[in-house]
Ligand binder design. Structure first.
Ligand code: F6P
Ligand code: MG
Length: 452
């Protein structure tokens, strides 16, 4: 079967077009000011900070002049062998097309961008481990206090019921759907969207139960029932291939707590990124920080005010700590998650593949994971999910994608839905109707049992 073309940065209709021209420069300018601030606070890092700032400024110039992407140096490769994949792929793409910032394949160039940034930090002595997006991640999570408290309260009531052990199967099923929904819409609070035109008000507006209920019909594909069937009768291990830290991670943690409390799962593994990635993605240290932040009244000053609030938060925090200490919730990381490769290539990562085979359900969170599952190709929107994920559909890995749509690729839609939404989105006053797919207002829940 011949595959459709990839999304390219020079496609006027693609969401790649504004991402490359507006969002990336905004993200990088933000990174420069945060780094400057860091250097002001810790003058010992001045020289290292200036080195990286100089490189980022050079990159902003390269965007403007639409320069070609360069392979990583031999030195980079010797230190970080996985970067070889980037060079191999760059050479392949370059064989048929000039690979410049404005014309490269979107997925490749966006992954390359974050690796490039990381390689400059790694060149320094004092900023090797520095996460340039950490302060932005924290600032935004702080502003999610309302959504956090609402979920803590919901979890407290349920957690206590579940621990009493008298919840019927039908009720458990509905709760499973509810927590999957919470985790799904948690993905709408993505920081890298802040570089576009989404305000914090917009973020708050996707974090409450009321909004989730209203958004039910915005879930265009909903395979959650199949995922439910997948974990029945098992002492399940459930894996999350995480996306963003902050509120989305908090929502994922709530789902993990529910799965363990209810006995639907006995183990949850959270897969993190090894380097700062697409601004807000979760690194192992972000997971640990989240639990500390929840119980720190100076972090969330607005939600530790009453005794009741404190109790709900403490309940969730102590449950989380218990499961982390007992090893029932654990984190892992692997360089494959920050590679430029489609997830179809997972079978070449023997160690990771073996690890994931132990899982009864692998939940891929968010938009970028969905792009990598489907290769970020221009699939016809009615293509079945199992076809779009190619080799992954027969690796015996049960996959559930929980994704709010923030880029062009969407598959598994009933015929006519895309066309209708293009019209709807235009009628909402947007110039490019196709951008409904990138607006974060719609979502898909897609499942494949891995036995195709
Ligand atoms: O920078 C744009 C963008 O790359 C999306 O289109 C992308 O996939 C998204 O950011 C990150 O979304 P998520 O955090 O859900 O993966
Ligand atoms: Mg992300």
């Amino acid at each position: 079967m011949s595959l459709p073309s990839a999304a390219y940065n020079d496609d006027l209709i693609s969401f790649a077009y504004p991402t490359v021209r507006k969002r990336w420069p905004t993200i990088l300018e933000g990174a420069i000011s945060d780094l400057q601030e860091h250097v002001r606070k810790d003058p010992s890092t001045k020289q290292c900070g200036e080195h990286v700032i100089g490189k980022i400024e050079g990159l902003l110039g390269a965007f403007k002049n639409d320069e070609e992407l360069q392979p990583f140096s031999k030195e980079d490769i010797s230190k970080f062998p996985y970067l070889q994949k980037y060079n191999t792929e760059l050479a392949q793409i370059g064989a048929s097309k000039k690979v410049s910032w404005h014309s490269a394949p979107w997925l490749y160039s966006e992954c390359y961008l974050y690796q490039l940034l990381e390689s400059w930090f790694k060149e320094t002595q004092l900023l090797r481990e520095y996460d340039v997006f950490e302060s932005l991640k924290n600032q935004t999570f702080r502003k999610s206090s309302f959504g956090v408290l609402e979920l803590c309260r919901r979890y407290e009531v349920l957690g206590k019921q579940l621990s009493a052990g008298n919840t019927e199967k039908d009720a458990l099923k509905l709760l499973f759907f509810e927590f999957a929904d919470i985790s799904l819409w948690g993905n709408a609070s993505d920081l890298s969207l802040l570089a576009g035109n989404v305000t914090l008000e917009d973020i708050k507006s996707v974090q409450g139960a009321e909004v989730r209920r209203k958004n039910e019909e915005k879930i265009l594909v909903n395979d959650i029932e199949q995922a439910w069937r997948q974990i029945q009768g098992k002492d399940a291990r459930i894996d999350f291939v995480l996306d963003n830290s902050g509120f989305e991670l908090f929502a994922d943690l709530c789902m993990a707590l529910f799965l363990l409390d209810s006995g639907l799962a006995s183990k949850v593994v959270m897969h993190c990124k090894e380097i700062p990635w697409f601004v807000s993605d979760t690194m192992p240290k972000d997971f640990l920080a989240l639990i500390d932040q929840l119980e720190d009244p100076s972090f969330f000053d607005k939600i530790h005010e009453s005794e009741g609030e404190r109790q709900s938060i403490t309940y969730l925090v102590s449950k989380s700590k218990f499961y982390v200490e007992s090893g029932q919730i654990s984190t892992q990381h692997h360089p494959f998650w920050t590679s430029c490769e489609e997830f179809w290539k997972l079978m070449q990562q023997k160690d990771l593949c073996e690890e994931l085979r132990k899982s009864d359900l692998i939940i891929f969170k968010g938009d970028l994971n969905y792009r990598k599952l489907t290769g970020d190709l221009n699939w016809d929107n009615t293509t079945p999910f199992a076809v779009a994920i190619q080799q992954l559909s027969f690796l015996k890995l049960p996959i559930l994608a929980l994704r709010t749509c923030k880029s062009d690729v969407v598959v598994g839609l009933p015929a006519g839905v895309n066309e209708k939404l293009v019209e709807t989105y235009k009628n909402m006053g947007n110039e490019i109707g196709e951008h409904w797919k990138a607006s974060g207002k719609w979502a898909v829940i897609s499942f494949c049992d891995g036995n195709n």
